[in-house]
Write a protein that binds this ligand. Sequence first.
Ligand SMILES: Nc1ncnc2c1ncn2[C@@H]1O[C@H](COP(=O)(O)OP(=O)(O)OP(=O)(O)O)[C@@H](O)[C@H]1O
Ligand SMILES: [Mg+2]
Length: 299
Amino acid sequence: MVTDEEIEYVRGDGTPVFLSVSSAPILDREGRITAAVITFFDLTHRKGTEQVLRSTEKLAATGRLAASFCHEINNPLQTLSGVLYLLGQSTGLGEAERQHLATAHAELERVAHLTTSMLGFYRPSPSPVDLKICEILDSVLNFYGPAIRSGKIIVEKRYDSEDVIHGFPSEITQVFSNLVGNALGALTPEGTLELHVIASRDWGNPARRGVRVFIADNGPGISAENRRRIFEPFFTTKGENGTGLGLWVASGIVDKYGGWLRVRSSTQPGRSGTCFAVFFPEQKVSTMRHTAITLDKSA
Ligand SMILES: Nc1ncnc2c1ncn2[C@@H]1O[C@H](COP(=O)(O)OP(=O)(O)OP(=O)(O)O)[C@@H](O)[C@H]1O
Ligand SMILES: [Mg+2]
């Protein structure tokens, strides 16, 4: 009889090990078992890979489901927002009613932020175009203008490259909007936001040219423990004020363009801050599968 089964053992240090065991008897002329061949295969590594694949598939399926759900609720949300606006215009409202309206509006904004963040991965987009990174950064700064001015935040810009990349404006805007939004959120009044754009080559593959952008703030920084998790979906330290999707979405878009997104951060008092570096290769995005887009906060 030939057997083939998978067995789980526990090593001395407590870690599991998965083995595939096959055995087959060796018979003599009379059919008596004289020996057996037993083969062990260590499947631990393969199991780990399967596990990662399964969770990636689950994540993709969850994303699809969430995106279609968000798509459906987005229209009624916009109607609600319009109705609240009209109510706010009424003259006969007392202070209490205005407070209730403001609360309703703030809550609606939160839901809208969540849905637009989720939606992006599936919303169709117009064709890719040549984009000047500097212009996109300026439009993002323009969008955050009120927050920058009210906090007296200093913005230092160094645009050392006029290079263009080929892509979808909503996606590239999304990446920078999320990074700049995070930096502004981390800054205390009178903090500094630095934006630096340079023509560059891929650190990992110098043959690839592109544009590198640094977005740096001198906020409190990100602890080493949190740094490991910030690109996970729904990881946030902002409680109800954050969805934890910003960096996950941004890194998904950057990946799609064949670029990379890295972070350096320090929490050392007096020298704290965070710097995100993004690299976009100049290669044409039209050759890539187009699936990801997310909210264009400037829309
Ligand atoms: N510049 C930064 N300084 C300090 N912490 C940061 C910075 N950027 C990101 N983080 C940390 O990373 C976490 C995840 O960021 P991410 O943008 O994914 O979500 P969020 O900002 O919490 O919520 P959302 O972007 O959806 O509103 C943040 O909650 C924050 O703790
Ligand atoms: Mg964010």
